[in-house]
Design a protein around this ligand. Structure first.
Ligand code: NAD
Length: 435
C-alpha cells in the first residue's frame, strides 16, 4: 500500500483547507474581529471556534445558453455560516469579483448581525460570479433561475431565506420565489425576502437598510448630544443602501457633500440635491456628469471635508492609508466589512467613532424578518407600522451595544460582537453537540 506524503499528515488540522485568508481579505477581517471579542466571552469562549468555520458551503455550476447561442458557465455559492439561532438568512450578490471566501465572510457577518439585533436567524449568504450589467434581461433571468434551482438543496422558508444584496433586487427575488415554488409544487412566498410588495413583499423593505443607517447615525449623534442639522455627510456607493441613507440625511437637514459610485465621484460643498442626483443616476446609470456638482478624483473622496462618512459600496474600502486621511469624526458602516482591521486601529487611535456594519446596516434584515413573518400569517402591516417597529428595534439594539461599550471601555464593534457572540454561543452550548 502506498503511504501518504508526510506533508498531508502534518499541518494544522483545525485550519480550513479551502481558504487561505490574507489579513485584509473579507474572511481575514472577520476572523480578526472574532479574535478581538474572545476575551469578553467568559466560559462561552470554549465554543468560539464554531464562529471560525462555516457550517456548510455549496459551490454550484450555472450553465446558461446566451442570447447569441453560446453556452457560458457561471460559478455560484450559498454558504450557511451558522444555524444555531434559527434558519439561515442573508442576501445574494451578483458581482464579477465574488469568491467563496467573500461569501463566507458575508455569511458570518449575517450570523453576527442577526444576533446583534436579536432576530431568530442564523447567518447565510449567496453569490454568483457574474457582471449582471453584461447580461440581457433574459440571460439574467436564466442565471437567477438556474442558481436558485441549484441551491434548492439548502434554501426554504424554514431553512434558509435569501434576500437582495449588491446588484440584486425585487425582480430577481420574484424569479427566485417563482423558481423555488415551481420546484416544490406550491407558492412559497416566504423563501426569499425583498420581493415586490404585490408578491408578498413588505412595505418599507426597499428603503429599510438605508433607513437603518440613518437611524443609527441619528442615535449616535443624540447619544453624543450633537445636532444633525448642517452635518456634512460623504457617501460611497449610491445604490440601495447609500442613496436612501443620503436621501434621509438630507431630508433631516444634513448636507450631503460628496457621493461616489463605481463610475466616479461628485462633490458640492453647499450640499448636493439628493433627489436630483437619484434622478440623474436612474437616467444615466451613474452619478458621473451630474450638473449640480463638481467632479472629483476618486481618491480625493477619502479626504473630503466632512463630519460623517458612510461607506455603502463594498468591503475593504477603508484601508489604513485612507483611515489616516479621513476628515470625518464618525463612520457609519452601511456596507458589510468596509473597514480592514489595520484601518480600525487607526480610526480608534484618531478617536473617530465607528458604528459597525453588524448594527448599522441591520435595518434591511430586520424588515426582511417582518416580511417573512407577514408572509407566514398572510397579514400585512402598514408602512408606518413597519418603520416604527424598525426604529424601535434599531434604537434598542444600538442602545444595548453602546451601553456595553461604555461599561467595558471597548469599541462599538467589539461590543456588538460581544453581545451577538454571547447569544450565538449560548444557543450552541444549550443545544449541545450531536452526537
Ligand atoms: P447596490 O448594488 O444597490 O449598490 C452598490 C453601490 O456601490 C452602487 O452605487 C455601485 O456603483 C457602488 N460601488 C460598487 N463598487 C464600487 C467601488 N469600487 N467604488 C465606489 N462605489 C462602488 O448594493 P447595495 O444593496 O446598496 O449594497 C451596498 C452594500 O451594503 C454592500 O456591502 C451590501 O452587502 C450592504 N448591505 C446591503 C443590504 C441591502 O438590503 N441591500 C443590507 C445590508 C448590507
Amino acid at each position: 500500500m502506498l503511504s501518504k506524503p508526510a506533508s498531508t499528515l502534518t499541518g494544522d488540522l483545525q485550519a480550513l483547507s479551502y481558504v487561505r485568508p490574507e489579513p485584509d481579505s473579507a474572511w481575514g477581517t472577520y476572523l480578526a474581529q472574532v479574535d478581538s471579542v474572545i476575551p469578553y466571552l467568559g466560559s462561552l469562549s470554549r465554543w468560539a471556534d464554531t464562529l471560525k468555520r462555516p457550517k456548510r458551503a455549496l459551490i454550484v455550476d450555472i450553465p446558461i445558453e446566451m442570447d447569441d447561442g453560446t453556452v457560458r458557465h457561471f460559478e455560484g455559492y450559498r454558504v450557511q455560516h451558522n444555524l444555531s439561532r434559527g434558519p439561515g438568512k442573508g442576501g445574494v450578490r451578483y458581482h464579477p469579483g465574488v469568491t467563496l471566501e467573500e461569501v463566507m465572510a458575508l455569511s458570518a457577518w449575517m450570523t453576527v448581525k442577526n444576533a446583534a439585533v436579536n432576530l431568530p436567524y442564523g447567518g447565510a449568504k449567496g453569490g454568483v460570479r457574474v457582471d449582471p450589467h453584461q447580461l440581457s434581461v433574459r440571460e439574467l433571468e436564466k442565471v437567477t433561475r438556474r442558481y436558485t434551482s441549484e441551491i434548492g438543496l439548502l434554501i426554504g422558508p424554514q431553512r434558509d431565506i435569501p434576500a437582495p444584496d449588491v446588484n440584486t433586487n425585487g425582480q430577481i427575488m420574484a424569479w427566485m420565489m417563482d423558481t423555488y415554488s415551481a420546484n416544490v409544487g406550491a407558492t412559497a412566498t416566504g423563501v426569499v425576502t425583498g420581493k415586490p410588495v404585490h408578491l408578498g413583499g413588505s412595505l418599507g423593505r426597499v428603503k429599510a437598510t438605508g433607513r437603518g443607517v440613518f437611524i443609527a447615525g441619528r442615535e449616535a449623534l443624540r447619544r453624543q448630544k450633537l445636532a444633525l442639522e448642517g452635518v456634512r455627510v460623504a457617501v460611497q456607493g449610491f445604490g440601495n443602501v447609500g442613496s436612501v441613507a443620503a436621501e434621509l440625511f438630507a431630508q433631516a437637514g444634513a448636507r450631503v457633500v460628496a457621493v461616489q459610485d463605481d463610475t466616479g465621484t461628485v462633490y458640492r460643498d453647499a450640499g448636493l440635491d439628493v433627489p436630483a442626483l437619484q434622478a440623474h443616476r436612474a437616467e444615466h446609470g451613474s452619478v458621473q456628469g451630474f450638473a449640480g456638482a463638481e467632479p472629483l478624483d476618486d481618491e480625493r473622496f477619502w479626504d473630503v471635508p466632512c463630519d460623517i462618512l458612510i461607506p455603502a459600496a463594498l468591503e475593504g474600502q477603508i484601508t489604513a492609508d485612507r483611515a489616516t486621511r479621513l476628515q470625518a469624526w464618525m463612520v457609519l458602516e452601511g456596507a458589510n466589512g468596509p473597514t480592514v482591521p489595520a484601518a480600525d486601529a487607526v480610526l480608534a487611535e484618531r478617536g473617530i467613532l465607528v458604528v459597525p456594519d453588524v448594527i448599522c446596516n441591520a435595518g434591511g434584515v430586520t424588515v426582511s424578518y417582518f416580511e417573512w413573518v407577514q408572509d407566514f400569517s398572510s397579514y400585512f402591516w402598514t408602512e408606518a407600522e413597519i418603520n416604527d417597529r424598525l426604529d424601535k428595534i434599531m434604537v434598542d439594539a444600538l442602545g444595548a451595544i453602546w451601553d456595553k461599550a461604555d461599561a467595558l471601555q471597548i469599541s462599538l464593534r467589539t461590543a456588538a460582537f460581544a453581545v451577538a457572540c454571547e447569544r450565538i454561543l449560548l444557543a450552541r452550548q444549550d443545544r449541545g453537540l450531536y452526537p
